[in-house]
Design a protein around this ligand. Sequence first.
Ligand code: AP5
Length: 222
Amino acid sequence: MRLVFLGPPGAGKGTQAKLLSKEQGIPHLSTGDVLREAMSKGTPTGLRAKEFVDKGYLVPDEVVDALVRERLQAARDRFLLDGYPRNRSQADELDRMLAQLKTSLSAVIYIHVADETLVKRVSGRRSCSKCGQVYHLEAKPPKRADVCDACGNKGLVQRPDDRAEVVRERLTVYHKNTAPLVERYKSKGLLRWIDGDRPIDAVARDVSAAAKGTGGAPGAKA
Ligand code: AP5
């Protein structure tokens, strides 16, 4: 299984990729998570990325391409790529990486959610400051308020780039740079369209079927 998760900010790519990763035992590679870890550790990559992430802009291609290249070489034939590629240049680079590894994508899972819902989703997101587990104040609250179910840490935080003005910028960047990839993967017959505006477990059932090649509409509505 070699999948790309595509969709706007807050569509549920991370939520669904983590569930599928657990179900299938396949590595989940999220460029957003890798960049946030680098930023929290203050590495040179993290310091460079921060000035872009905090404003809702894309981090320069060469930084992200290098992160993905290194991890794909290790994962080879089993991976769930979440948040990459995000523009045409990254998609071309991914094609080159896969050709060098003598492999190809099995499918692109495109999670579609309308912009109005996305803003609500992202503003309700909270993450554990210790282990990174993701919650939503309404759709997926922790069992005890402000306490992480996974590690018991007290302190769920809002991502700095989930502030309303940054979310608006991220949506603009998505529509300009990333949404055109929907057509690209549709024309290659790889796209699996999933309605992401439903409860998490209903979306997860369709994602699992699409990943196995038995679900998800091939059409596209970006
Ligand atoms: P990244 O972390 O990838 O952010 P994103 O793509 O904007 O996606 P999000 O993490 O916001 O949302 P998601 O779709 O994963 O949704 P989630 O499952 O969390 O990237 C962050 C930044 O890093 C970028 O802006 C950029 O600067 C940089 N970057 C990353 N990759 C890059 C690249 N390739 N090139 C250049 N720069 C890059 O769900 C959201 C919320 O909704 C959660 O609270 C969740 O609990 C809830 N939720 C999920 N599903 C449902 C549902 N079905 N119903 C109700 N609530 C739900």
